[in-house]
Design a protein around this ligand. Structure first.
Ligand SMILES: NC(=O)c1ccc[n+]([C@@H]2O[C@H](COP(=O)([O-])OP(=O)(O)OC[C@H]3O[C@@H](n4cnc5c(N)ncnc54)[C@H](OP(=O)(O)O)[C@@H]3O)[C@@H](O)[C@H]2O)c1
Length: 324
């Protein structure tokens, strides 16, 4: 099969399009002929810095396609079924091996390109907002990096329960589009002071829940936006900012910083998390929630796709298509 692989960590230019052996079908899983690859924010960070599991390494957390082989202990999946999968590695390829426990059926008639982008981004946003953040109607929610996959999901999910959403982005153009997606207020965190701008939007010390995929200074400054007993849920470091978190300012708010990993939720509370993601897929399939696809690249141009995402002009998801 063809895959986008790399032999060392680095910038997008380390990605090469090569022929590699097909993966082997796991006993408890399936082989999928990949039709759509959702380029996750985590894929770019993984390529840049995570030690390689294999040489060459195939990066990638999420894809969708058609099941071509079913393992002996994965009987509920069927050859020919359309599925979306979360995998620890390997989505940037024509064929992917996935555990059946992290595959979801794509409802008939649903748009595979959109559903390919749902489990990680929407599952993560949901996990941050509700099981961990206890977001409810009337809460004020600050969603960082609103134009990213997790951010766009968090804005819609918070809005859907009646929360008031403040979101951040690095351009006014993105912010205008985020208001159209359900955010009440937009803050350009490149050109304004975060704490002052959020206070100007909703008042000082007014944020109940922060969803933070950015980390670094953005995470630290978020403490200054919290209300008494507010909660910050950090699950990413998209900002690539090595600033270490200082917990002392949390004391003044009796605030809470929560870390979150979707793979931990899937491992520790599998049934509940799996069902939550299935429900999110249904909500996207019925049009209640939206996936915004910014651009489509052939898998052969994976290096260009990664560079485009890291250029920070994308609004929503970039997807890649094998055999294009
Ligand atoms: N823990 C988990 O289970 C989990 C699950 C999903 C995602 N994540 C993490 O969450 C983060 C976001 O994921 P995503 O899929 O939403 O990513 P994405 O779609 O690529 O969006 C990332 C956003 O981060 C912002 N950003 C800020 N500084 C950046 C920089 N230096 N380079 C690139 N983008 C930057 C960009 O918006 P602006 O330019 O507007 O700032 C961009 O829209 C990633 O760190 C990912 O690893 C973690």
């Amino acid at each position: 099969m063809k895959a986008a692989v790399y032999y060392e960590n680095g910038g997008p230019e380390v990605l090469r399009y090569e022929t590699v052996p097909d993966p082997i079908c796991p006993e408890d899983g399936v082989l999928i002929d990949v039709e759509v690859i959702s380029l996750e924010g985590g894929d770019t960070l993984h390529r840049a810095r995570t030690p390689l599991a294999k040489h060459p390494h195939i990066v990638g957390y999420q894809c969708a396609g058609t099941v071509r082989e079913v393992g002996a202990k994965a009987g509920h999946r069927k050859v020919g079924e359309k599925v979306v999968a979360i995998v620890p590695n390997g989505s940037h390829a024509e064929v992917v091996a996935a555990r059946a426990a992290t595959t979801w059926a794509i409802p008939p008639g649903a748009d595979m390109r959109e559903l390919a982008c749902v489990p990680v981004a929407f599952g993560t946003a949901h996990e941050c907002l509700f099981p961990l953040g206890a977001t409810a109607s009337g809460h004020r929610v600050l969603v960082h990096a609103g134009a990213g996959g997790v951010g766009l999901a968090a804005i819609q999910l918070a809005r859907a329960v009646g929360a008031e959403v403040v979101t951040t982005a690095s351009s006014d153009d993105k912010l205008a589009r985020l208001v159209a997606m359900g955010a009440r207020h937009g803050v350009n965190y490149k050109s304004s002071d975060l704490v002052q701008a959020v206070a100007a939007a909703v008042g000082p010390d007014a944020i109940d829940v922060v969803v933070d995929p950015v980390g670094g200074k953005t995470l630290q400054d978020s403490v200054g936006c919290l209300r008494y007993r507010g909660r910050i849920i950090n699950m990413g470091m998209a900002g690539r900012d090595p600033v270490a978190f200082n917990p002392l300012p949390l004391w003044a708010k009796n605030g809470t910083l929560i870390g979150m990993s979707l793979s931990t939720s899937l491992a520790k509370e599998h049934e509940r998390t799996y069902a939550d993601i299935a429900h999110l897929l249904d909500r996207v399939a019925t049009g209640e929630l939206r996936v915004v696809i910014d651009k489509v690249f052939p898998l052969a141009k994976a290096a260009d796709a990664h560079a485009y995402v890291e250029g920070r002009t994308a609004f929503g998801r970039v997807i890649m298509v094998p055999r294009a």
